[in-house]
Write a protein that binds this ligand. Sequence first.
Ligand code: ZN
Length: 136
Amino acid sequence: MLHLPQTLGESLNAFVRQGYPRETCGLLLGVRLGDEHVVSRVRRAHNVNIERAEDRYELDPDDFLSADREARAAGLDIVGIWHSHPDHPARPSATDRDGAWPGWSYLIISVGREGVGEIRSWRLNGGDFEEEEIRT
Ligand SMILES: [Zn+2]
């Protein structure tokens, strides 16, 4: 389960709308409580995949490191990654799966010209993604 407080969800909605029609991405900081990821901060990262920024993302390693440093200093962990799917459903692509790490939440936010659509979260189980429940 992914616990995402409503205010953080609203921040993510604003990020992905600002970024549209490009894919935007970033990190979820929080704590792991058993199988549950409790998010307490969201951070935006640059998408360094310039060529296919409309349908691919690649987290800027510097943004990753600074989020990791911030998390450690606050006694938190990076518990997952969020990214947007402009004009596509919030389901992980094969590329998302190939680049995913076990034990992390992959939050996907569908966004279109009209605004934000569905928001869904996924975790690897074996080689495949499985949807996890999101609670606010
Ligand atoms: Zn994706």
